[in-house]
Design a binder for this molecule. Sequence first.
Ligand SMILES: Cc1cc2nc3c(=O)[nH]c(=O)nc-3n(C[C@H](O)[C@H](O)[C@H](O)COP(=O)(O)O)c2cc1C
Length: 326
Amino acid sequence: MTESYQIAGREMEAPIINGAGSISGINIAEMLEHARTLAASPIGGIKIGSFTLEPSVGNEAQYGYPVYYHNSNRGETYNSMGLPNVGIEEAIRIIPEFKAIAQQNNKPLIVSVSPSSIGRESLESIDQIEAMTTPLINIGVDLIVINTSCPNIVVAKGDRKPIMGYDGESMYDLLEMLERVYGREAGIGLKLPPYMTTEQQSMIPGLAQYILHCEAVEFIITANTIPNQVPRDETGNNILSVPNGMGGMSGPATSGIGREQLELWLNHLHSKKDVVSMLGINSGKELAWRVNRGASAGGGVTFLWESDDWGSAVTNMLEEYIQYEE
Ligand SMILES: Cc1cc2nc3c(=O)[nH]c(=O)nc-3n(C[C@H](O)[C@H](O)[C@H](O)COP(=O)(O)O)c2cc1C
């Protein structure tokens, strides 16, 4: 394996991180246990979150099981977790412990934040992001990832804008705020949704220009789950408990889309920003495909959640990775 890898200048021993949503939720003891497990593994960096401004119990508390479903025959993962998390205030209190765990093992700690429609509805998404990013920068986490793949809220007219990452105007406003408030080398990255339709893909060149001009943003992560997918059982009934049965789809079956999204962004960012690849990485061979193509690192959730032993999942992936690394 190459000596060292990096995201935005933060060195890592391996080109793999856990995806947002793998160490998250409202059970801090469990989150710490997962962080310790990954810290003892050869993983490159440890990510926690996504955190929202206000705490949230998530969809399971409201609608019951299941809000996560994996079909191993088809290699499909669906989730409608609804961002269960302790909220940014509590996150700021507990992060030093996570930071110590990561630091003791020379791994960067990456914190994911997400605007949401939970609580403080008078605050627009961009203000929510600023209210979460500033304290994270003040306590000194290694990297911050802003999730732009969640439903955006606009309260003025009471209606919702599309997912922030699909809304050019919101993305422009976000990047403008990040540049104005945080300036250069802030260790900030953007988590983007997958751009799949012709219309969505036509946004990429313009968005890439905004990102290239924003010095505060040093990397992107592509992609979040494919939105609004409905898994059904053999009798045609919805599996997920949420009212419309919709969740975000990921898992090995989405690796083609993960690869496509990586290439689209690499083509437009011209190696000037780091690109971390997610969606469908569940083998060392797939990880090597992404890194060989130009990703700074890869990551995922399914390869951990569908494993009984996260440490072995990382080790096995990296053992296979070195056979395919170019
Ligand atoms: C159960 C689950 C929870 C997730 N939670 C978050 C989250 O809180 N924030 C976020 O930005 N992405 C979240 N994601 C998306 C992943 O971080 C990542 O972008 C990708 O979808 C993982 O693909 P994989 O399951 O094929 O590895 C979640 C994915 C899953 C499966």
